[in-house]
Design a protein around this ligand. Structure first.
Ligand SMILES: Cc1ncc(COP(=O)(O)O)c(C=O)c1O
Length: 426
């Protein structure tokens, strides 16, 4: 089944609805390669160009209104322009936002992270999740005196090449399979002494595949016994529990990478973890690791992040995860009733709609995400006013209600019914 008729029809409707986006991308291509500045936001035939947004709704330059189930790849946990974050930003602007000196607000956001994340005693801020990975790797190397890193197959830790699993053969980074204790043990044993093992407790870009508790416990024991550090990447998964995903797993990493929601929509990253490990960055100590950044701890980021976390209290996290469950149940029911082969994986407020049946591994998710059916679903949902990641990932924001989730389910049902009709399956 090649889905050509469905994809052609969805693409034609998409092109008709987005003439302004097409023109804007063509214009911007004169100054930026491909007209874009972010590989993940580009998709064929051209991406939607956004104009403004509020709550759960975005409006593109053509005036189409889209429900935002992407949330800038899960960063916008409160949706767009939440008033409590706008207020915090306005107050900060009144007092100025950037100095070549520390600010009390940096401690205020660090305190909130330490209070929530059981494994964190200290925090260092960066400007992105990618940089958090760079700094975590440098800290681990400095602390252990070892060089080599390990990452999971199909993981995503940003664009720092030593943590990009597809580049492992070139960088010398070891890779290991997720949820396969024997395979991972073989891979890690064969890699020699490691500075750190990195893992997302739910592989997010890898298809929202949850690392199971037994696998996490194995990695915890393995790293402890072999003298390397365990680094959890909670850039996407911190939203899953008040204390991050690690709260539910009971496994405490040595370091945790953070980003996205801790910046309240501003650029952010952080490394949090054991005081003795983070101490290698303590500038008052002789021989400390140099970790700087002109914009580290920017006041806008600090105050927006604090407001974001304050609004994401225990009940808010529970509500998000409950809405995620409602969306998952709705999508699973649609998948079960459709002749189009789709399946759903999820963990709380993070979900992935896969263009293949029975997806349970990151490799299957990756293959499904590259298919024409995945492209059809993505464009057909935009045509129906629902914006998701082109690889099928969705997330919930606190700006959403049960009705928002139900509208996404209805759009998926309609898109799949249309594919059945166009491909003669109905
Ligand atoms: C799990 C994970 N780690 C790291 C990153 C990189 O963060 P940033 O895009 O802020 O560099 C991302 C971004 O999507 C991510 O999902």
């Amino acid at each position: 089944m090649d889905w050509t008729r469905a994809l052609t029809a969805a693409e034609a409707e998409y092109a008709e609805r987005h003439a302004g986006s097409r023109a804007a991308m063509a214009r911007m291509a004169a100054w930026m390669p491909g007209g874009d500045t972010r590989s993940t936001t580009w998709f064929h035939p051209f991406p939607v160009v956004m104009d403004h947004a509020d709550g759960a709704e975005m409006t593109d330059v053509d005036g189409n209104v889209l429900l935002d189930f992407l949330g800038n790849y899960t960063a916008l946990v409160h949706g767009h322009r939440p008033p409590f974050i706008l207020d915090a930003i306005r107050d900060a602007l009144e007092r100025d936002v950037l100095f070549g000196a520390p600010m009390p607000e940096q401690g205020e956001l660090a305190r909130r992270i330490v209070e929530r994340l059981a494994s964190a005693e200290r925090v260092r801020f960066t400007n992105s999740g990618t940089e958090a990975g760079m700094v975590a790797a440098r800290i681990a190397r400095h602390f252990t005196g070892r060089e080599r890193l390990a990452v999971a197959e199909h993981s995503y830790h940003g664009s720092y090449e030593p943590l990009v699993w597809e580049a492992a053969a070139r960088t010398g980074t070891a890779t290991f399979p997720v949820n396969d204790v024997a395979g991972a043990q073989r891979a890690l044993d064969g890699a020699g002494p490691l500075a750190a093992v990195f893992l997302e407790p739910v592989l997010s870009s890898g298809g929202v595949i949850t690392a199971d508790d037994g696998f996490l416990a194995f990695l915890r024991d393995y790293t402890r016994e072999s003298g390397s550090l365990l680094v959890f990447d909670e850039v996407m998964t911190f939203r899953l529990g008040y204390g991050g995903r690690q709260e539910a797993t009971g496994v405490a990493p040595d370091l945790t990478m953070l980003g996205k929601i801790i910046g309240g929509g501003m650029p952010v990253g952080a490394v949090a973890g054991r005081a003795d490990v983070l101490a290698v960055t303590d500038p008052s100590r002789p021989g400390s690791l140099e970790h700087s950044g002109t914009f580290n701890g920017h006041r806008l980021t600090m105050v927006a992040g604090a407001a974001s976390l304050d609004a994401l209290d225990g009940p808010a996290v529970e509500r998000l995860n409950r809405l995620g469950g409602r969306l998952r149940d709705g999508l699973c029911a649609v998948a079960a009733a459709s002749r189009v082969p789709v399946s759903v994986t999820s963990c709380g407020s993070l979900l992935n709609l896969h263009a293949a049946p029975g997806v349970t591994t990151p490799a299957q998710a990756d293959e499904a995400a590259r298919s024409d059916l995945a492209r059809y679903i993505h464009l057909a949902l935009i045509d129906r006013g629902v914006f998701i990641a082109h690889r099928g990932e969705l997330c919930i924001s606190t700006a959403m209600t049960e009705e928002t989730a139900d509208r996404a389910v209805a759009a998926v049902a309609d898109a799949l019914a249309e594919a059945e009709r166009l491909e003669g399956l109905a």
